[in-house]
Design a protein around this ligand. Sequence first.
Ligand code: ZN
Length: 120
Amino acid sequence: MDERIATGVMGLTLLPLEAAPCPYCEQEMRFCGERSWCSQCSEWRYGPAKEYSLENADAIDALEHHGKEWQIRTEGSKEYGVWVWKPNDGLALQGSWVIAVADTLAHAACLALLRSVGAA
Ligand SMILES: [Zn+2]
């Protein structure tokens, strides 16, 4: 998953963790590697960067999060095709399939999702 998937498909907001206040008490959080700690609330906060992934399971999560119809097909032995339904004008029954083929499932899913939201 890359930044465009995080923002365009998953709806995550990219904030530098060290600049983000605690969502509960708004105190400045202490940045520790890939996460931040609020000593007042004892809360950890993880950044969207932790969500970045090349894993197939995360690509499927993104497809499911998108909530539109989708299919995965294998194209030969080394390529994956991902079909994502893109409704026109928000009408679920009218639209078209956006198709992307790549050498990994995760890459094909990302391309298809980005095309379906008009980001690629
Ligand atoms: Zn707090």
